[in-house]
Design a protein around this ligand. Structure first.
Ligand code: SF4
Length: 367
Protein backbone atom coordinates (compact mmCIF):
# COMPACT_ATOMS: atom_id res chain seq x y z
CA UNK A 1 0.00 0.00 0.00
CA UNK A 2 1.41 3.39 -0.96
CA UNK A 3 1.46 5.75 1.99
CA UNK A 4 0.29 9.14 0.79
CA UNK A 5 -0.11 11.82 3.43
CA UNK A 6 -2.99 14.26 3.53
CA UNK A 7 -0.62 16.91 2.10
CA UNK A 8 0.26 14.59 -0.84
CA UNK A 9 -3.43 13.97 -1.50
CA UNK A 10 -4.24 17.67 -1.38
CA UNK A 11 -1.46 18.40 -3.84
CA UNK A 12 -2.87 15.76 -6.20
CA UNK A 13 -6.43 17.03 -5.83
CA UNK A 14 -5.38 20.61 -6.62
CA UNK A 15 -3.15 19.61 -9.56
CA UNK A 16 -4.18 21.10 -12.89
CA UNK A 17 -1.12 20.76 -15.14
CA UNK A 18 -2.03 18.30 -17.95
CA UNK A 19 1.34 16.50 -17.95
CA UNK A 20 1.22 15.95 -14.17
CA UNK A 21 -2.35 14.74 -14.36
CA UNK A 22 -1.41 12.30 -17.11
CA UNK A 23 1.39 10.97 -14.87
CA UNK A 24 -1.10 10.56 -12.01
CA UNK A 25 -3.59 8.62 -14.17
CA UNK A 26 -0.84 6.40 -15.60
CA UNK A 27 0.48 5.64 -12.14
CA UNK A 28 -3.03 4.73 -10.94
CA UNK A 29 -3.57 2.57 -14.02
CA UNK A 30 -0.38 0.64 -13.39
CA UNK A 31 -1.33 0.12 -9.69
CA UNK A 32 -4.72 -1.14 -10.91
CA UNK A 33 -3.05 -3.56 -13.36
CA UNK A 34 -0.64 -4.89 -10.75
CA UNK A 35 -3.21 -5.42 -7.98
CA UNK A 36 -6.54 -6.24 -9.67
CA UNK A 37 -5.47 -7.05 -13.23
CA UNK A 38 -7.12 -6.26 -16.55
CA UNK A 39 -10.54 -7.77 -15.75
CA UNK A 40 -13.42 -5.30 -15.65
CA UNK A 41 -16.24 -6.72 -13.54
CA UNK A 42 -19.83 -6.24 -14.66
CA UNK A 43 -22.31 -5.74 -11.83
CA UNK A 44 -25.89 -5.76 -13.09
CA UNK A 45 -27.88 -3.00 -11.38
CA UNK A 46 -31.55 -3.54 -10.46
CA UNK A 47 -33.20 -0.40 -9.07
CA UNK A 48 -35.95 -2.19 -7.17
CA UNK A 49 -37.86 0.74 -5.62
CA UNK A 50 -37.86 4.52 -6.00
CA UNK A 51 -39.81 5.08 -2.76
CA UNK A 52 -37.79 6.71 -0.02
CA UNK A 53 -38.64 7.95 3.46
CA UNK A 54 -35.57 10.22 3.67
CA UNK A 55 -35.13 13.90 2.83
CA UNK A 56 -31.56 14.07 1.55
CA UNK A 57 -31.05 17.59 0.26
CA UNK A 58 -29.44 16.55 -3.04
CA UNK A 59 -31.49 13.52 -4.09
CA UNK A 60 -34.41 13.47 -6.50
CA UNK A 61 -35.88 10.44 -4.68
CA UNK A 62 -36.33 12.40 -1.43
CA UNK A 63 -39.80 11.93 0.05
CA UNK A 64 -40.71 15.61 -0.36
CA UNK A 65 -40.28 15.48 -4.14
CA UNK A 66 -43.92 15.14 -5.18
CA UNK A 67 -43.11 15.65 -8.89
CA UNK A 68 -41.77 12.13 -9.20
CA UNK A 69 -43.94 9.11 -10.01
CA UNK A 70 -42.85 6.23 -7.75
CA UNK A 71 -42.56 2.49 -8.42
CA UNK A 72 -41.72 -0.70 -6.58
CA UNK A 73 -40.71 -3.75 -8.64
CA UNK A 74 -42.47 -7.06 -8.07
CA UNK A 75 -40.59 -10.11 -6.89
CA UNK A 76 -41.05 -11.75 -10.30
CA UNK A 77 -39.61 -8.70 -12.09
CA UNK A 78 -36.55 -8.77 -9.84
CA UNK A 79 -36.02 -12.50 -10.33
CA UNK A 80 -36.29 -12.10 -14.10
CA UNK A 81 -33.59 -9.42 -13.98
CA UNK A 82 -31.34 -11.78 -12.00
CA UNK A 83 -31.84 -14.55 -14.58
CA UNK A 84 -31.05 -12.07 -17.32
CA UNK A 85 -27.83 -11.08 -15.49
CA UNK A 86 -26.73 -14.68 -15.56
CA UNK A 87 -27.64 -15.09 -19.24
CA UNK A 88 -25.57 -12.00 -20.07
CA UNK A 89 -22.55 -13.42 -18.24
CA UNK A 90 -22.47 -11.00 -15.31
CA UNK A 91 -21.03 -12.19 -12.00
CA UNK A 92 -23.07 -9.99 -9.64
CA UNK A 93 -26.45 -8.34 -9.26
CA UNK A 94 -26.84 -5.18 -7.21
CA UNK A 95 -30.30 -4.60 -5.71
CA UNK A 96 -30.62 -0.91 -4.96
CA UNK A 97 -33.47 1.23 -3.60
CA UNK A 98 -34.28 4.30 -1.56
CA UNK A 99 -35.03 3.74 2.11
CA UNK A 100 -38.34 2.06 1.44
CA UNK A 101 -39.95 0.69 4.61
CA UNK A 102 -42.28 -1.52 2.54
CA UNK A 103 -39.28 -3.58 1.43
CA UNK A 104 -39.53 -5.79 4.48
CA UNK A 105 -36.59 -7.77 5.78
CA UNK A 106 -38.37 -11.07 5.05
CA UNK A 107 -39.29 -10.09 1.49
CA UNK A 108 -35.68 -9.18 0.68
CA UNK A 109 -34.44 -12.30 2.45
CA UNK A 110 -36.62 -14.54 0.27
CA UNK A 111 -35.35 -12.90 -2.93
CA UNK A 112 -31.73 -13.26 -1.83
CA UNK A 113 -32.31 -16.97 -1.02
CA UNK A 114 -33.88 -17.54 -4.42
CA UNK A 115 -31.10 -15.81 -6.38
CA UNK A 116 -28.41 -17.69 -4.47
CA UNK A 117 -30.19 -21.01 -4.98
CA UNK A 118 -31.00 -20.61 -8.68
CA UNK A 119 -27.93 -18.76 -9.99
CA UNK A 120 -24.20 -18.50 -9.39
CA UNK A 121 -24.42 -14.72 -8.95
CA UNK A 122 -22.97 -12.73 -6.09
CA UNK A 123 -25.64 -10.53 -4.51
CA UNK A 124 -24.95 -6.96 -3.50
CA UNK A 125 -27.54 -5.00 -1.54
CA UNK A 126 -27.78 -1.22 -1.42
CA UNK A 127 -30.90 -0.47 0.60
CA UNK A 128 -29.79 2.34 2.88
CA UNK A 129 -29.40 2.44 6.64
CA UNK A 130 -31.05 -0.74 7.87
CA UNK A 131 -31.09 -2.38 11.32
CA UNK A 132 -28.33 -4.79 12.27
CA UNK A 133 -30.85 -7.67 12.60
CA UNK A 134 -31.95 -7.10 9.01
CA UNK A 135 -28.38 -6.94 7.75
CA UNK A 136 -27.66 -10.18 9.61
CA UNK A 137 -30.75 -11.88 8.17
CA UNK A 138 -29.75 -11.02 4.59
CA UNK A 139 -26.17 -12.07 5.17
CA UNK A 140 -27.40 -15.44 6.46
CA UNK A 141 -29.58 -15.75 3.34
CA UNK A 142 -26.41 -15.43 1.25
CA UNK A 143 -26.01 -11.72 0.44
CA UNK A 144 -22.33 -11.15 -0.31
CA UNK A 145 -21.90 -7.39 -0.32
CA UNK A 146 -23.51 -4.20 0.92
CA UNK A 147 -23.08 -0.70 -0.47
CA UNK A 148 -23.60 2.32 1.77
CA UNK A 149 -21.99 5.50 0.49
CA UNK A 150 -21.17 8.02 3.19
CA UNK A 151 -21.10 10.84 0.56
CA UNK A 152 -18.66 13.02 2.52
CA UNK A 153 -16.52 12.49 5.61
CA UNK A 154 -17.14 16.14 6.58
CA UNK A 155 -19.60 15.51 9.44
CA UNK A 156 -21.03 19.03 9.44
CA UNK A 157 -21.68 18.98 5.70
CA UNK A 158 -23.10 15.45 5.91
CA UNK A 159 -25.58 16.51 8.60
CA UNK A 160 -26.61 19.52 6.50
CA UNK A 161 -27.35 17.50 3.35
CA UNK A 162 -28.51 14.23 4.91
CA UNK A 163 -30.92 14.82 7.80
CA UNK A 164 -31.34 11.82 10.11
CA UNK A 165 -34.71 10.11 10.40
CA UNK A 166 -34.32 10.17 14.18
CA UNK A 167 -32.00 12.18 16.45
CA UNK A 168 -30.07 9.01 17.28
CA UNK A 169 -29.97 7.79 13.68
CA UNK A 170 -27.11 5.44 12.79
CA UNK A 171 -23.73 6.74 11.75
CA UNK A 172 -22.87 5.43 8.25
CA UNK A 173 -19.18 4.98 9.09
CA UNK A 174 -20.16 2.85 12.12
CA UNK A 175 -22.59 0.88 9.94
CA UNK A 176 -19.82 0.14 7.44
CA UNK A 177 -17.75 -1.32 10.29
CA UNK A 178 -20.76 -3.41 11.36
CA UNK A 179 -21.17 -4.72 7.80
CA UNK A 180 -17.58 -5.92 7.83
CA UNK A 181 -18.02 -7.71 11.14
CA UNK A 182 -21.10 -9.47 9.70
CA UNK A 183 -18.90 -10.85 6.91
CA UNK A 184 -20.11 -8.64 4.06
CA UNK A 185 -17.79 -7.10 1.55
CA UNK A 186 -18.48 -3.48 2.43
CA UNK A 187 -18.68 -0.61 -0.04
CA UNK A 188 -18.66 3.09 0.73
CA UNK A 189 -18.15 6.13 -1.41
CA UNK A 190 -18.62 9.82 -1.94
CA UNK A 191 -19.90 12.49 -4.29
CA UNK A 192 -17.37 14.95 -5.65
CA UNK A 193 -18.10 18.67 -5.80
CA UNK A 194 -21.02 18.90 -3.36
CA UNK A 195 -21.69 22.61 -2.61
CA UNK A 196 -19.77 23.27 0.61
CA UNK A 197 -17.26 20.41 0.02
CA UNK A 198 -13.60 21.44 0.27
CA UNK A 199 -10.48 19.91 -1.31
CA UNK A 200 -9.31 19.09 2.21
CA UNK A 201 -12.47 17.10 2.96
CA UNK A 202 -11.96 15.09 -0.26
CA UNK A 203 -8.46 14.22 0.98
CA UNK A 204 -10.08 13.12 4.25
CA UNK A 205 -12.53 10.97 2.28
CA UNK A 206 -9.64 9.03 0.73
CA UNK A 207 -8.01 8.61 4.14
CA UNK A 208 -11.36 7.34 5.43
CA UNK A 209 -11.55 4.74 2.61
CA UNK A 210 -8.14 3.52 3.73
CA UNK A 211 -8.94 3.55 7.45
CA UNK A 212 -12.11 1.49 6.84
CA UNK A 213 -10.26 -0.89 4.49
CA UNK A 214 -13.27 -0.79 2.18
CA UNK A 215 -13.80 -3.59 -0.33
CA UNK A 216 -15.65 -1.36 -2.81
CA UNK A 217 -15.40 2.40 -3.28
CA UNK A 218 -17.88 4.38 -5.42
CA UNK A 219 -16.89 7.89 -6.50
CA UNK A 220 -19.08 10.03 -8.73
CA UNK A 221 -19.67 13.69 -9.47
CA UNK A 222 -22.32 15.66 -7.59
CA UNK A 223 -25.03 16.41 -10.17
CA UNK A 224 -27.60 18.95 -9.01
CA UNK A 225 -31.30 18.08 -9.19
CA UNK A 226 -33.53 21.15 -9.57
CA UNK A 227 -36.31 19.62 -7.39
CA UNK A 228 -34.04 19.49 -4.32
CA UNK A 229 -32.92 22.20 -1.86
CA UNK A 230 -29.25 21.78 -2.80
CA UNK A 231 -29.83 21.62 -6.56
CA UNK A 232 -32.23 24.59 -6.59
CA UNK A 233 -29.84 26.75 -4.56
CA UNK A 234 -32.26 27.06 -1.61
CA UNK A 235 -29.58 25.43 0.56
CA UNK A 236 -26.06 26.87 0.29
CA UNK A 237 -23.59 25.35 2.75
CA UNK A 238 -21.03 28.08 3.55
CA UNK A 239 -17.50 27.76 2.15
CA UNK A 240 -14.59 29.95 1.04
CA UNK A 241 -14.89 29.82 -2.81
CA UNK A 242 -11.16 29.05 -3.18
CA UNK A 243 -11.70 25.89 -1.09
CA UNK A 244 -14.78 24.63 -2.97
CA UNK A 245 -13.99 21.43 -4.90
CA UNK A 246 -15.46 21.50 -8.42
CA UNK A 247 -17.96 18.87 -9.54
CA UNK A 248 -16.38 18.36 -12.96
CA UNK A 249 -15.09 15.14 -14.49
CA UNK A 250 -11.39 16.00 -14.02
CA UNK A 251 -11.98 16.23 -10.27
CA UNK A 252 -13.58 12.76 -10.35
CA UNK A 253 -10.65 11.26 -12.31
CA UNK A 254 -8.22 12.72 -9.77
CA UNK A 255 -10.24 11.21 -6.90
CA UNK A 256 -10.38 7.83 -8.68
CA UNK A 257 -6.65 7.82 -9.36
CA UNK A 258 -5.59 8.83 -5.85
CA UNK A 259 -8.02 6.33 -4.33
CA UNK A 260 -6.61 3.51 -6.47
CA UNK A 261 -3.06 4.37 -5.37
CA UNK A 262 -4.07 4.45 -1.69
CA UNK A 263 -6.44 1.43 -1.82
CA UNK A 264 -4.78 -0.74 -4.48
CA UNK A 265 -6.93 -3.87 -4.35
CA UNK A 266 -10.38 -2.34 -3.77
CA UNK A 267 -13.08 -2.74 -6.41
CA UNK A 268 -13.73 0.73 -7.83
CA UNK A 269 -16.50 1.40 -10.40
CA UNK A 270 -16.41 3.84 -13.24
CA UNK A 271 -19.86 5.15 -12.33
CA UNK A 272 -22.99 5.90 -14.33
CA UNK A 273 -22.87 9.44 -12.88
CA UNK A 274 -19.49 9.89 -14.55
CA UNK A 275 -20.95 8.58 -17.82
CA UNK A 276 -23.75 11.14 -17.36
CA UNK A 277 -21.42 14.15 -17.36
CA UNK A 278 -19.35 12.76 -20.26
CA UNK A 279 -21.64 10.42 -22.18
CA UNK A 280 -19.08 9.53 -24.86
CA UNK A 281 -15.86 8.98 -22.92
CA UNK A 282 -16.67 9.18 -19.19
CA UNK A 283 -16.76 5.46 -18.40
CA UNK A 284 -13.62 4.67 -20.39
CA UNK A 285 -11.65 7.54 -18.89
CA UNK A 286 -12.71 6.38 -15.41
CA UNK A 287 -11.42 2.89 -16.26
CA UNK A 288 -8.13 4.45 -17.41
CA UNK A 289 -7.77 6.40 -14.16
CA UNK A 290 -7.89 3.39 -11.84
CA UNK A 291 -11.43 1.93 -11.99
CA UNK A 292 -12.07 -1.80 -12.60
CA UNK A 293 -15.87 -2.20 -12.39
CA UNK A 294 -18.87 -1.06 -14.46
CA UNK A 295 -22.55 -1.34 -13.56
CA UNK A 296 -24.80 -2.07 -16.55
CA UNK A 297 -28.44 -1.29 -15.81
CA UNK A 298 -30.87 -4.24 -15.71
CA UNK A 299 -33.85 -2.27 -14.41
CA UNK A 300 -36.81 -2.59 -16.80
CA UNK A 301 -36.70 0.43 -19.13
CA UNK A 302 -40.22 1.54 -18.04
CA UNK A 303 -38.87 2.25 -14.52
CA UNK A 304 -35.44 3.68 -15.25
CA UNK A 305 -36.50 7.26 -15.90
CA UNK A 306 -38.31 7.22 -12.53
CA UNK A 307 -35.21 6.27 -10.52
CA UNK A 308 -34.11 9.85 -10.65
CA UNK A 309 -31.50 10.51 -7.95
CA UNK A 310 -30.09 13.07 -10.41
CA UNK A 311 -31.48 14.13 -13.81
CA UNK A 312 -30.51 13.09 -17.36
CA UNK A 313 -28.93 9.84 -16.22
CA UNK A 314 -26.92 8.00 -18.89
CA UNK A 315 -28.24 4.78 -20.44
CA UNK A 316 -31.89 5.09 -19.43
CA UNK A 317 -33.37 4.05 -22.77
CA UNK A 318 -31.02 1.24 -23.79
CA UNK A 319 -32.16 -2.36 -23.35
CA UNK A 320 -30.11 -4.62 -21.07
CA UNK A 321 -28.74 -6.39 -24.15
CA UNK A 322 -27.65 -3.11 -25.75
CA UNK A 323 -25.99 -1.99 -22.47
CA UNK A 324 -24.14 -5.27 -22.29
CA UNK A 325 -22.82 -5.00 -25.85
CA UNK A 326 -21.87 -1.36 -25.49
CA UNK A 327 -19.96 -1.88 -22.25
CA UNK A 328 -18.14 -4.97 -23.48
CA UNK A 329 -17.11 -3.00 -26.59
CA UNK A 330 -15.73 -0.19 -24.42
CA UNK A 331 -13.83 -2.67 -22.24
CA UNK A 332 -12.26 -4.43 -25.24
CA UNK A 333 -11.31 -1.12 -26.87
CA UNK A 334 -9.10 -0.48 -23.82
CA UNK A 335 -7.28 -3.80 -24.32
CA UNK A 336 -8.98 -5.24 -21.23
CA UNK A 337 -11.55 -8.03 -20.80
CA UNK A 338 -14.87 -8.55 -19.03
CA UNK A 339 -14.53 -10.55 -15.80
CA UNK A 340 -16.38 -13.87 -15.72
CA UNK A 341 -16.48 -14.68 -12.01
CA UNK A 342 -18.09 -12.84 -9.13
CA UNK A 343 -15.19 -10.39 -8.91
CA UNK A 344 -14.74 -10.54 -5.16
CA UNK A 345 -12.05 -8.25 -3.80
CA UNK A 346 -8.54 -9.58 -4.27
CA UNK A 347 -9.29 -12.07 -7.10
CA UNK A 348 -7.04 -11.82 -10.13
CA UNK A 349 -8.68 -13.18 -13.29
CA UNK A 350 -6.87 -14.14 -16.48
CA UNK A 351 -8.33 -13.44 -19.92
CA UNK A 352 -10.35 -16.40 -21.30
CA UNK A 353 -7.87 -16.78 -24.19
CA UNK A 354 -5.09 -17.71 -21.72
CA UNK A 355 -7.09 -20.38 -19.89
CA UNK A 356 -7.19 -22.95 -22.78
CA UNK A 357 -3.45 -22.36 -23.39
CA UNK A 358 -2.71 -23.20 -19.77
CA UNK A 359 -4.90 -26.30 -19.80
CA UNK A 360 -3.26 -27.59 -23.01
CA UNK A 361 0.15 -26.95 -21.42
CA UNK A 362 -0.97 -28.99 -18.42
CA UNK A 363 -2.09 -31.83 -20.69
CA UNK A 364 1.34 -31.80 -22.36
CA UNK A 365 3.09 -31.83 -18.99
CA UNK A 366 1.02 -34.80 -17.84
CA UNK A 367 1.62 -36.75 -21.12
S1 SF4 B 1 -29.93 9.54 -1.12
FE1 SF4 B 1 -30.88 7.57 -0.67
S2 SF4 B 1 -31.77 7.85 1.37
FE2 SF4 B 1 -31.38 9.88 0.60
S3 SF4 B 1 -33.33 10.53 -0.38
FE3 SF4 B 1 -32.04 9.59 -1.98
S4 SF4 B 1 -32.63 7.46 -2.09
FE4 SF4 B 1 -33.39 8.30 -0.13
Amino acid sequence: MTVLSKADLLEGLRESRPARLQELYERADSVRKEHVGDAVHLRGLIEISSHCARQCMYCGLRAANRDLERYRMTREEILNCALQAERLGYGTVVMQAGEDDRLTAEWIEEIVWWIKRETSLAVTLSLGERRQEELQLWRTAGADRYLLRFETSDKKLFRAIHPSRSPAGPDRIALLRTLKTLGYEAGGGVMVGIPGQSFASLADDILTFRALDLDMIGIGPYIGHASTPLGSGALRPPIDPSEQAPSNEEMVYKMLALTRIVCPNANIPSTTALATINKVHGRKLGLKAGANVVMPNLTPVKYRRLYQIYPAKACIDESATDCNQCLRGQIHSLGRFAGRGTGARGTLEMPASIVPDLSSALVQLQA
